[in-house]
Design a binder for this molecule. Structure first.
Ligand code: TYC
Length: 120
């Protein structure tokens, strides 16, 4: 008479399963690595030009970027002297919205003011 070992040979086992010391199969489960990446941030940047009035740029920095008048004036002068300047750093959606708001108000007033965003 043939004696078979007392393990279930009817199930299929693959290489991820290991027999423990009782002879039964355990599934080796690797814990998923938590997704810890922070979403990217974007600098909203104003570009200088020769035609947009300084006062208009200061108004934009106050109304769209919530700056105090003194800070808005500093940033406007930075753009005026260096060619560009950062208005703020935001997530993608907010940065995109701010850029669209600036471009829309500039267009309404027929100023050639440019505003862009860049990943920070
Ligand atoms: N250079 C403009 C002027 O002399 C002022 C200005 C500042 C324009 C910032 C655009 O993003 C700008 N009237």
């Amino acid at each position: 008479m043939t004696v078979y070992p007392e393990i279930d040979m009817t199930e299929q086992h693959d290489e991820h399963e290991h027999r423990d010391d009782q002879g039964s199969y355990d599934l080796a489960v690797e814990e998923a690595r938590p997704k810890v990446k922070q979403p990217p941030l974007y600098r909203v940047v104003l570009i200088n030009d020769d035609y947009t009035p300084m006062e208009f740029v200061v108004d934009i920095l106050e109304s769209i970027f919530g700056m105090e008048r003194t800070r808005a004036t500093q940033v406007m002068l930075e753009v005026h002297t260096k060619g560009k300047g950062v208005c703020g750093v935001f997530n993608f959606e907010i940065a995109e919205t701010k850029v669209a708001q600036v471009m829309s108000v500039a267009k309404q007033h027929q100023h050639p003011l440019l505003c862009t965003m860049e990943e920070s």
